[in-house]
Design a protein around this ligand. Structure first.
Ligand code: C2E
Ligand code: MG
Ligand code: MG
Length: 744
């Protein structure tokens, strides 16, 4: 039973929120970082574009200058070769040296048609012969008139030259060489390299190259402001196609973001600018950003986790407050309702029962010993009762003085009796005072038992019944109890109406007869309730209910008014010596200002107070002796007679009668009946009568039904009697008729 509880606060339900936020935020974080990365790469690309555009014009000039100079050089070499070929005769080395100085070029070689050097400007290599595969040999065999080659190392010295060749009519040919160093020196002013160096100086450029458009042709050229250059195959292809391209490459252990931008000048593509930028800083930035974003995510997760956890803990605590008694930490009324309704709807074949433990007069402890003590007693009771809990029994603390056991799977009624007895034993130990008590109402659950609330209500009815029988006891609920309760509810609702409107309430009058003369002494007014719904209801039933609900106060007022009305009628008819007795309940009497109100009603009706008698029961004196006695003194002084009703059924202290402000004793029917059965015991009555006479009290015998009883009362000098022997209670009119018949 302890496993299923309505107060559970699911951990998973709370933390799914946290998990969802993790699942959403992690990809969101990496997306953001991805975006930042591409933002920076895009910026690099844009900057490369910007640079390419801003340098495009300068590059164009440089490239075209370089091309023009190249052209000049070629022309120069070509012209020089032609000049040499014009020498028909053999040229001496000296002449060649002279020529080389004038032109000027660095070296001139003259070959015979077989490819053998016959003279040279530096006097060297005479007799050297071009061999197969050598560029000179290639020219010789080509049959071309002239040719300008690329810069290449000399096959003998390894020094770089740019060579030109020219063939004369007779088959000889000249080779003219210009040192590459000189070419570079000459080109310096127009060098693309210097432009590239400028580009490289730009903030974020780490590498810059230019590849001319005719890359694949013989005139192709490239210029780099860096030695560390690496161009992938794909990049070459893109360059050849004149397309834009970018890639990340690694050069000497560095990550380089390389961008290739075609350079368009006057609508014509002149080549491609390759710009490389070390991604080191960007990578560093992205790494820092990643770290920051990861850190913030982590902080956020920790925060969300902490918040969720604290909400979870708080709600758990709130659920505990909502479902447990703060005093005993036992499950409370709400828990009981939800738990039991779940149990009841769960079905199952096991027997189930609800046992309500109700403490009697518990408020007394609070009032007499203080609330702290009261709470301690409740805690002790809870501790004791918890000892009876096990896997099949669950204890609840509904409110201050009510506990409930839910018992499941018990074998038979004896088991429930044993639990009930154990509960009573425990309660008796904790509640030793006589005025206190505890009762157990038991209800066995069946399919017609109703829900948790109805079960509780019916168990309460059973507990109430147990309480009426003994201080510590158990009682099983049955339908009779419920019927009784329903009847009580009906009567109370009719009483409420009667109290408000007077509807259904009326009086009957029981004649009181003088025993000596057999004449009517007066009448006792008896309240009657007759309604359409319930018919005639006896005062034995409705007076206690009216007392319990305090309705007796307004009802009693109406009774008094009706009785005064009857007295007035009697006076008018000339029966002003007759008295009318009215029953007054202790609750009415204890109400502040009752005496004043009563005197007011009497005055209002214009009757004499000495025509009215008041009947009260002995029990009224139990707790409020002095107060009641003072009030009675006031009424007695006004001329009213005060009678003790049902004398002999309460604690009947004759000794106290002397102090009491009363002047009449009404001996209960119980004693009058004894006259017929236990004659000897009835003898006590003689003593009571003579004692009352000694105190100056009038004595009236109630419920006289037999002639024998009347005779006995006459013998013992009783003053008056009332009972069915003479007449049953009468209506006002019937009472007046009776008086008329008596011949008064
Ligand atoms: P009570 O004041 O002792 O009234 C006497 C009761 O005994 C009346 O019952 C009356 O009808 C009945 N009785 C009288 N003679 C005989 C007899 O020879 N044989 C039998 N069997 N009964 C007899 P009733 O009218 O049912 O009243 C019952 C009780 O209800 C009264 O007892 C009184 O305590 C209370 N009561 C009635 N009316 C009022 C009222 O207006 N105010 C208050 N506070 N209580 C009232
Ligand atoms: Mg009475
Ligand atoms: Mg009585």
């Amino acid at each position: 039973l302890r496993k299923s509880s309505p107060d559970k606060v699911g951990f998973i339900r709370y933390f799914s929120l946290f998990l969802i936020s993790v699942l959403v935020m992690l990809p969101a974080g990496s997306l953001i970082i991805g975006r930042i990365k591409s933002y920076y790469y895009n910026r690099m690309e844009e900057e490369a574009h910007g640079l390419a555009n801003s340098y495009a014009a300068k590059l164009e000039t440089a490239v075209s200058a370089s091309n023009i100079i190249n052209g000049f050089l070629n022309e120069k070499i070509s012209a020089a070769s032609q000049v040499v070929s014009y020498f028909k005769d053999e040229i001496s080395n000296k002449k060649l040296a002279e020529l080389a100085r004038v032109i000027p070029v660095d070296v001139i070689y003259v070959y015979n048609p077989q490819g053998e050097i016959i003279s040279s400007s530096n006097g060297k290599y005479i007799g050297w012969r071009a061999y197969k595969g050598h560029p000179v040999y290639d020219f010789m065999m080509s049959g071309k008139k002239g040719m300008i080659g690329n810069i290449r190392p000399d096959s003998e010295t390894g020094i770089y030259y740019k060579y030109g060749y020219y063939r004369s009519e007779d088959g000889r040919f000249a080779q003219i060489g210009v040192l590459s160093e000189k070419i570079h020196e000459f080109l310096k002013g127009f060098e693309i390299e210097s432009l590239l160096e400028d580009i490289k100086k730009e903030d974020y450029v780490d590498m810059a190259c230019f590849f001319s458009a005719e890359m694949n042709s013989e005139n192709s050229s490239y210029y780099c402001a860096d030695n560390n250059i690496s161009i992938s195959e794909k990049a070459w292809e893109a360059m050849a196609r004149g397309e834009e391209y970018w890639e990340n490459i690694e050069v000497s252990g560095k990550n380089i973001h390389q961008i290739i931008v075609p350079m368009i000048v006057s609508g014509e593509r002149i080549g491609s600018l390759v710009i490389g930028h070390s991604t080191e800083k960007t990578d560093e930035l992205i790494r820092t950003l990643t770290l920051i974003s990861n850190l913030s995510l982590a902080i956020m997760f920790i925060f969300i986790f902490a918040a969720t956890y604290s909400i979870y803990i708080r709600n758990k605590r709130l659920a505990h407050y909502a479902y447990y008694s703060p005093l005993t930490d036992l499950p409370n009324r709400r828990y009981y309702d939800e738990f039991l309704n779940a149990e009841l709807s769960g079905g199952g074949k096991e027997k189930k029962a609800v046992m309500l433990v109700n403490l009697k007069n518990f408020m007394l402890i609070n009032m007499l010993s203080g609330y702290h003590h009261g709470e301690q007693v409740i805690k002790n009771i809870a501790n004791s009762l918890s000892r009876l809990e096990n896997d099949n029994r669950r204890l609840f603390h509904l409110n201050s003085d009510r506990f409930v056991f839910y018992v499941k799977g018990y074998k038979n009624r004896k088991e429930l009796n044993d639990i009930g007895a154990a509960i009573c034993r425990m309660l008796r130990e904790v509640l030793p005072s006589d005025n206190l008590g505890g009762s157990v109402g038991i209800i066995q659950v069946n399919k017609f038992s109703g829900d948790a609330d109805i079960l509780l209500k019916n168990a309460s009815i059973a507990a109430q019944n147990a309480q009426e029988r003994e201080s510590f006891g158990c009682c099983y609920f049955n339908n009779e109890m419920e019927k009784k309760l329903k009847r009580e509810e009906d009567v109370i609702s009719e009483l409420t109406r009667a109290a408000e409107t007077g509807e259904g309430l009326f009086l009957e009058y029981q004649p009181i007869v003088e025993l000596n003369t057999n004449k009517i002494y007066g009448f006792e007014a008896l309240a009657r309730l007759k309604t359409e719904r319930l018919g005639l209801v006896s005062p034995v039933e409705f007076i206690p209910l009216a007392e319990r609900t305090q309705l007796i106060v307004p009802l009693g007022d109406q009774v008094l008014k009706m009785a005064c009305g009857f007295i007035k009628r009697l006076e008018i008819m000339g029966y002003s010596d007759l008295r009318v007795a009215v029953n007054i309940s202790g609750i009415q009497l204890l109400k502040e200002g009752f005496e004043k109100k009563l005197i007011g009603i009497i005055k209002e009706h214009g009757v004499r107070p000495s025509s009215l008698d008041i009947e009260i029961t002995e029990s009224v004196f139990y707790d409020n002796y002095d107060e009641i006695n003072k009030k009675l003194a006031v009424l007695k002084k006004e001329g009213m007679k005060i009678a003790i009703d049902d004398f002999g059924t309460g604690y009947s202290s004759l000794a106290r009668q002397r102090e009491l402000n009363i002047n009449c004793l009404k001996i209960d029917k119980f004693f009058i009946d004894k006259v017929l059965t236990h004659k000897k015991r009835g003898m006590i009555m003689g003593d009571i009568i003579s004692m009352a006479h000694k105190l100056g009290h009038l004595v009236i015998a109630e419920g006289v039904e037999e002639e024998e009883q009347r005779q006995y009362l006459i013998d013992h000098h009783c003053d008056c009697m009332q009972g069915y022997l003479f007449s049953k209670p009468l209506s006002e009119d019937a009472a007046l008729k009776l008086l008329e018949a008596e011949g008064r």
